[in-house]
Ligand binder design. Structure first.
Ligand code: SAM
Length: 289
């Protein structure tokens, strides 16, 4: 899998050379490049942000710099500014009646599908923007993205990026995703990208030494539950014993015990996961639990 990351702090991603991610790179399973967004600036201050239109505190990341960078990494032709309308019109709810009218007007901007394709064999990257006000990134997303050939992550900073950037690339036919990693606000997208990357790449075939270790995990599979509690040796530690059944050698009983514990813990900690369970994923004994 090819991974490009754009950030104003590309050094942040040096940690990806460590541990399993580092090994996956050495094995050729992953090819990670962290780019500095400021390399696409043209002014002496290498500025990537500007004041928010409409007022307010903080700074917003400028679309022009991001676009130069993303056009290049996505291998898209830059639009000919002379052919583009002076201003793209973003309809407001007052100015349009039908949902179709609400579509953004990107006429005048070339769509890559209509251009001569000079790199037709390369899979277009999935373009991912971390954003606290986006849908939550889940294990399901990680599983889906672990099959992608190429991911391109764009790390926001300050008050975030100009919202027209993802809109524009969606209109160009790019698979654009915006994800939050949780209900809190970080200083920048770097940590969020690291979290998503780790969740995605560990699901790639060949990444884990023992592939079984990712089969029975929390949030995984059809009837996704939290995992049962884990124990190792010794059987008694500081006066606390592991449950007897785990020492019984009876695999059927051990499986049932773990399954019951997973169901009980999920019900206590994440009742939303129990509510989302498909009844078909439950057996008779589950229903009693
Ligand atoms: N003004 C934004 C808001 O209130 O929603 C917060 C911007 S945050 C300080 C700057 C950047 O950090 C965001 O553009 C995003 O890339 C990243 N970020 C912060 N929290 C995040 C989260 N929970 N999930 C994903 N990305 C996050």
């Amino acid at each position: 899998m090819k991974i490009d990351i754009v950030s104003v702090f590309p050094e942040y991603f040096e940690v990806l050379n460590l541990s399993l991610m580092g090994k996956a790179q050495s094995k050729g399973l992953l090819e990670i490049t962290a780019h500095n967004l400021r390399d696409w600036t043209h002014d002496v201050h290498h500025s990537v942000d500007d004041t928010p239109v409409g007022g307010g505190a903080g700074m917003v990341m400028k679309p022009e710099v991001w676009a130069e960078c993303l056009d290049e990494l996505l291998n898209l032709p830059a639009p000919n500014e002379d052919d583009s309308p002076d201003e793209l019109v973003f309809p407001t709810s007052e100015s349009s009646d039908s949902p179709a009218d609400d579509a953004l007007d990107f006429s005048g901007i070339p769509n890559d599908e209509t251009e001569e394709d000079d790199d037709s064999n390369a899979a277009a990257p999935v373009l991912i923007f971390p954003n606290p006000s986006a849908p939550l990134f889940t294990q399901r997303d990680a599983t889906e993205l672990s099959h992608a050939e190429h991911l391109l992550f764009s790390c926001g900073r300050y008050e975030g990026y100009d919202s027209r950037i993802p809109d524009y690339y969606r209109a160009q036919g790019i698979d654009v995703r915006e994800y939050s990693i949780g209900d809190y606000v970080l200083n920048g997208g770097e940590v969020a990208v690291s979290v998503m990357l780790e969740a995605i790449t560990r699901l790639m075939p060949g990444f884990m030494g023992n592939p079984d270790s990712i089969v029975e995990e929390s949030y995984t599979g059809e009837g996704a539950l939290l995992e049962h509690r884990q124990y190792t040796k010794p059987a008694v530690w500081r006066g606390i014993a592991v449950p007897d059944v785990l020492l019984s050698g009876d695999h059927g009983k051990v499986d049932r015990f773990r399954r019951d514990e997973a169901l009980t813990r999920t019900n206590e900690i994440r009742p939303d996961l129990i509510e989302a369970l498909d009844c078909k994923a439950l057996d008779k004994a589950d229903r009693k639990t």
